[in-house]
Design a protein around this ligand. Structure first.
Ligand code: IMP
Ligand code: MG
Length: 175
């Protein structure tokens, strides 16, 4: 198998993550109840990096959904595999997602989290494929916009492979 071609380097990612963390820290500077909700599995590296760069109090929760099998195209049908465990009622929630493709997953997640009656729900995503949007969903903190290509690395996978690459790379579908 050939190595993915670098699309966003490790250095570019780290620079952007720091910028996002500074922005989030400023925006929530009056809050002592920010809950970062990482979307498993793809967000685990992004969440770890961003969480450690925040300068404000924060706690971590995880949620898991499934919208794809091992393939690469969304059906639009999202299923909840694991809800958050902690009580998020009355707290500020920031969803931390790896990638927004059609937007169905993030829209579904906002609905699930709002049902727990938090004070606010905002969204943070590492990458977005703007031209593939099928539903309108607001990304409050966005790392990078990319084109319509399958990306792996920094948490993102293709059939569970390449999640731990330090950069974001593009694979060709036959790899
Ligand atoms: P959406 O519901 O179509 O927005 O799909 C979002 C989910 O699809 C993400 O959370 C990822 O798990 C997965 N996904 C979409 N595009 C990619 C990609 O290029 N690489 C890896 N995972 C992707
Ligand atoms: Mg995901």
């Amino acid at each position: 198998m050939t190595l993915p071609v670098v699309l966003i380097s490790e250095e570019e990612i780290q620079t952007r993550v720091l910028e996002l963390a500074e922005q989030i820290s400023a925006d929530y500077s009056d809050s002592d109840d920010l809950v970062l909700v990482g979307v498993l599995k793809g967000s685990f590296i992004f969440l770890a990096d961003i969480a450690r760069r925040l300068t404000i109090p924060r706690t971590i929760e995880f949620i898991a959904v499934s919208s794809y099998g091992n393939g690469s195209r969304s059906t639009g049908a999202v299923r909840l595999l694991m809800d958050v465990r902690g009580n998020i009622e009355g707290k500020h929630v920031l969803i931390v997602e790896d990638i927004v493709d059609t937007g169905h997953t993030l829209k579904y997640l906002i609905g699930i989290l709002e049902s727990h009656r938090p004070t606010s729900v905002k969204t943070c995503a590492l990458v977005r494929k703007a031209e593939r949007a099928e539903v309108e969903v607001n990304v409050d903190y966005l790392g990078f916009d990319i084109g319509d290509e399958w990306v792996v690395g920094y948490g993102l996978d293709y059939a569970e492979r390449n999640r731990t690459l330090p950069y974001i790379g593009v694979i060709s579908p036959d790899d």
